[in-house]
Design a protein around this ligand. Sequence first.
Ligand code: DNO
Ligand code: MN
Length: 358
Amino acid sequence: MIVSFRWFGRNDDSVSLKHVKQIPGIDGIVGVLSHIPVGEVWPLDQILKLKDEINSKGLKFEVVESVNVHEDIKLGYPTRKQYIENYKETIRNLSKAGVKVICYNFMPVFDWTRSDLEKMLPDGSTVLAYEKAKIENIQPDELIRSMEEFSREYSLPGWEKERLKEIKSLFEKYKQVTEEDLFNHLHYFLGEIIPVAEECNIKMALHPDDPPWSVFGLPRIVTNKNNLERIVNMVDSPSNGLTLCSGSLGANPENNIPKIMKYFSEKGKVPFVHIRNIKIYENGDFVETSHRSDDGSLDIYDIVEALHKAGFNGYFRPDHGRMIWDEKARPGYGLYDRALGIMYILGIWDSLEKQKEG
Ligand code: DNO
Ligand code: MN
């Protein structure tokens, strides 16, 4: 298991690479060029600059999250052709810089959705939270405004301003798109990009929808084991892989995360894993928690054990963390609690390794 840490770049992250490097067991950075508008080619020189910066701190740069997919591709519009060509060029450029895995998602309009970015837990830490009734009763543009207010210094990944500019017209466009259409548009996209990724020795890793159900009436398909299976079978290639995210899929208690992790890892379909815990309530609300199994509804021990059993040797990162010890950082992406998460997971992993040795 290769330990990595998401970092948004020197101008967009309060965490320094120097501090990341001090996390025990750390191997590399999950990086991004977040200022490139969705649909445009990531220029090689900028990728190489980021790589040099990361490498100069003794960290690897082999995973990118995310190369976002233009809405015209998800909508299946004829204009997708150019955006897909650009996407291929980005894959080629990333491979020239030694990148091995590209995480992306196929959620219409919104990436992850939460009602609260600073929900206080009983211990005084603050976390991202999802209150079902709030989401069901809020207008999308109202939610965006509150997200913008929250985001203050840092833009929120997946909620980039340029992505949200045309929110109203996007909603109109998606009224015509069924889940089956979305499957077809993903199929078309994969058919185009996976051969290029394979040639470039890059694994594409599709992130599940977060949460794994429809929000604001938009179609969502990356939600459960059956759908994941359907997607990996669309194009048969080692480059057609998944980012299995425990907290995203796990928000639906019907998704058995250890089983899903083991099943797809054994198939060689999991180049990248996100681990975090959430506490789920009966009414469908959930809050993010520390990684510790006792603190949430997911059994992180079982999840790590399932990966270990499957011989998982891909990249992993702690997904989100609580905001603790008065840290000021982008919600979910502070240094301290994500570092604690890594230590908890490595503790489990190392003891499993010991047991294996007998
Ligand atoms: C939530 C996060 C997501 C993720 C993107 C990947 O679980 O991991 O923001 O980064 O959806 O494209
Ligand atoms: Mn995730």
